[in-house]
Design a protein around this ligand. Structure first.
Ligand code: NAD
Ligand code: MN
Length: 496
């Protein structure tokens, strides 16, 4: 399992299950919104059209979620039993991981190997982990004195809505859905337009594995219609969002204009990878370039800024350019491929624009270009770019969400920290050094939710993931994620 090798993935496309409408109350229903017409970025082929959710369909999903929550078939199960259902979901998803991975690779163009061996492994692991955690949560009874008993208990919030992006579509979904369900909530997921088919199949698999109708609904649809309808719905208790800062902040407005629901935002990033003078430059630059190009650069954590001592910038550029040359895009459905297609032509044009404009700022394109690559006719392919940039240049400031690495020189540690912290974002940072004191002192001064030291993108389910500043404040993963979807209740009992 979780191996993409030796399969004829193209030959398996025809056997895939595609759903054509929202998954509400345990079944696929007719959507009343404008249809979602989707194409595969691998070769531009049309994927089956989905009748998208209208605001009325979103309302039906929220009512179903509320009914399921109130009736308690899942929400009031003993935590041990809820945990068992989540572990059954994990096993059912595991059994159909191939199909889900193939859908993801078709929908958004990531290599099948990554879709299966990284993404689906993470999804299965996430459901399993929260399934194992569900009955290990312990409430509090503060010591108050002889005449009273105080209980601080955690209760599920009720109806949780999740609005998620396409870059790690089912991982992001699982990171929200699994802890929300572990706590006993019902959920309504609005997947990104591009990755609606995989989300619908996931919900169906979860329902077959034992989640009662209404506990896990999926409303595919246009962001400004279905996403907004969830944001403004008066009966959604918690809304958890991962996506761009611009859209994320709108949800604060939707909340303010409706019921004041809690909104958790996990937004973009512009990760700095800071190489201290003592570090192994070759190792640090290779890991940073790989981290920047991974998932075709469509990562919130993409290590898109490499900060090196000024005297070593040329050397760093050379190493990064060599990594770029080794990362040519290829067919996502070939199990040997490490760099696949860009999600859409629109996104490709946006990425290319940053590379095209870079010289206007005075930046120097050292590897790659603004030209698209022809890999499969009709597909959206772009080769990685490496750019010698200053901190003020557009490529070094804005989230590109593509495989474009800015290599930036710094003069001393204060300068390096000023540059590293000098964007609106604060999601992740990387630090390269073997100097123990420097590692601790510098990592404390990096304004980021996650700091990786001498590694990149490492971690497991025990650690929270999320940002500070413009990157939002929500935290996925770990037991802390459960806090987002629960309310604390205080019960004070008079014993006098
Ligand atoms: P996006 O903000 O365009 O879309 C995210 C979701 O919001 C989608 O489901 C979309 O349909 C919906 N949406 C769009 N317009 C809407 C509107 N007007 N009202 C309500 N909902 C709307 O993001 P994207 O392009 O899907 O993903 C890329 C972004 O996501 C990047 O900025 C990236 O950094 C971020 N991201 C962050 C994390 C993290 O954990 N911090 C992880 C992955 C991606
Ligand atoms: Mn977008």
């Amino acid at each position: 399992m979780f191996s993409a090798q030796g399969e004829d993935w193209v030959g398996r496309i025809d056997a895939l299950t595609f759903h054509d409408g929202p998954f509400v109350d345990g079944r696929i229903v007719l959507g009343h919104g404008d249809p979602l017409t989707l194409t595969a970025p691998r070769d531009g082929r049309a994927l089956p059209v989905i009748a998208a959710a209208s605001p009325g369909d979103v309302d039906a999903a929220v009512r179903s979620a509320r009914r399921a929550f109130d009736e308690g078939e899942f929400s009031r199960l003993a935590p041990r039993e809820r945990g068992r259902v989540l572990r059954d979901v994990a096993e059912a998803v595991h059994a159909r991981a191939d199909e889900l991975a193939l859908l993801i690779a078709l929908e958004m163009g990531k290599p099948i190997r990554e879709a299966l061996e990284t993404e689906m492994r993470a999804v299965v692991n996430c459901f399993r982990w929260y399934g194992e955690a569900a009955d290990k949560l312990i409430d509090e009874s503060p010591v108050t004195g002889d005449d009273s008993l105080a209980l601080v208990t955690r209760e599920p919030a009720g109806v949780v809505a999740a609005v998620v992006p396409w870059n790690f579509p089912l991982t992001m979904t699982a990171w929200k859905v699994a802890p929300a369900l572990a706590a006993g909530n019902s959920v309504v997921v609005k997947p990104a337009e591009h990755t609606s088919h995989s989300a619908l199949l996931l919900a169906e698999i979860a329902a077959h594995a034992g989640l009662p109708a209404g506990v896990f609904n999926v409303v595919p649809g246009h962001g400004a219609v279905a996403g907004r309808a969830l944001g403004e719905h008066p009966d959604v208790d918690v809304l958890t969002f991962t996506g761009s800062p611009e859209i994320g902040r709108r949800f604060l407005g939707y909340s303010a204009a409706s019921n004041g629901k809690r909104v958790w935002l996990e937004l973009g990033g512009k990760t700095a990878s800071l190489v201290l003078p003592d570090a192994d430059l070759d190792k640090a630059v290779r890991a940073t370039a790989d981290g920047c190009f991974y998932n075709q650069g469509q990562m919130c954590t993409s290590s898109s800024r490499l900060l090196v001592p000024r005297a070593r910038r040329d050397e760093a550029l050379e190493i990064a350019a060599a990594v770029a040359a080794d990362s040519e895009p290829a067919d996502p459905l070939d199990p040997a491929t490490g760099m696949g297609a860009i999600v859409s032509d629109r996104q490709l044009e946006r990425i290319a624009g940053f590379v095209r404009r870079a010289p206007d700022d005075g930046a120097r394109v050292v590897a790659g270009s603004a030209a698209r690559r022809e890999v499969i006719p009709g597909g959206s392919y772009f080769a990685p770019a490496v750019i010698a940039a200053d901190p003020s240049h557009e490529v070094a400031r804005e989230e590109i969400f593509g495989p474009v690495l800015s290599v930036i020189a710094y003069d001393d540690l204060d300068d390096a920290l000023r540059i590293a912290n000098g964007t609106e974002y604060g999601l992740a940072a990387a630090l390269w050094s073997d100097d123990l004191k420097a590692v601790h002192r510098v990592s404390r001064r990096l304004r980021a939710g996650v700091v990786w030291v001498n590694c990149f993108e490492e971690g497991d389910m025990t650690i929270p993931f999320g940002g500070v500043k413009g990157s939002g404040y929500g935290r996925d993963k770990s037991l802390h994620a459960i806090d987002k979807f629960t309310d604390l209740k205080t019960t004070w009992i008079d014993l006098s």
